[in-house]
Write a protein of this length. Structure first.
Length: 92
């Protein structure tokens, strides 16, 4: 399985919308739009998990494509722990 980061989503995008967007490339294991805990609104990004070969194709075809009037970004997701370490290394 490969986990993809999907950024610059329209704020109205739901988990179901995200799943449907990627389903045209094959079975989607999970699709989740990240919601702000304080406001309950979308943060404009999410994550999709699917088989590696399907994810690679979806990533190459959907990255920089128009979705809901916005140019979405699709890339391989990095584990949170790795991101936190890189912030620490920069002194943030």
């Amino acid at each position: 399985m490969k986990r993809l980061f999907v950024g610059n989503l329209p704020f109205t995008t739901t988990d179901d919308d995200l799943q449907k967007l990627f389903a045209s490339f094959g079975d989607v294991n999970s699709a989740r739009v990240i919601i702000d805990k304080q406001t309950g609104r979308s943060r404009g990004f999410g994550f999709v998990e699917m088989k590696a070969e399907l994810a690679s194709r979806a990533m190459s075809e959907l990255n920089d494509s128009d979705y809901g009037g916005r140019k979405i970004r699709v890339s391989e997701a990095h584990e949170r722990e790795q991101r936190e370490r890189s912030f620490s290394a920069r002194g943030n």
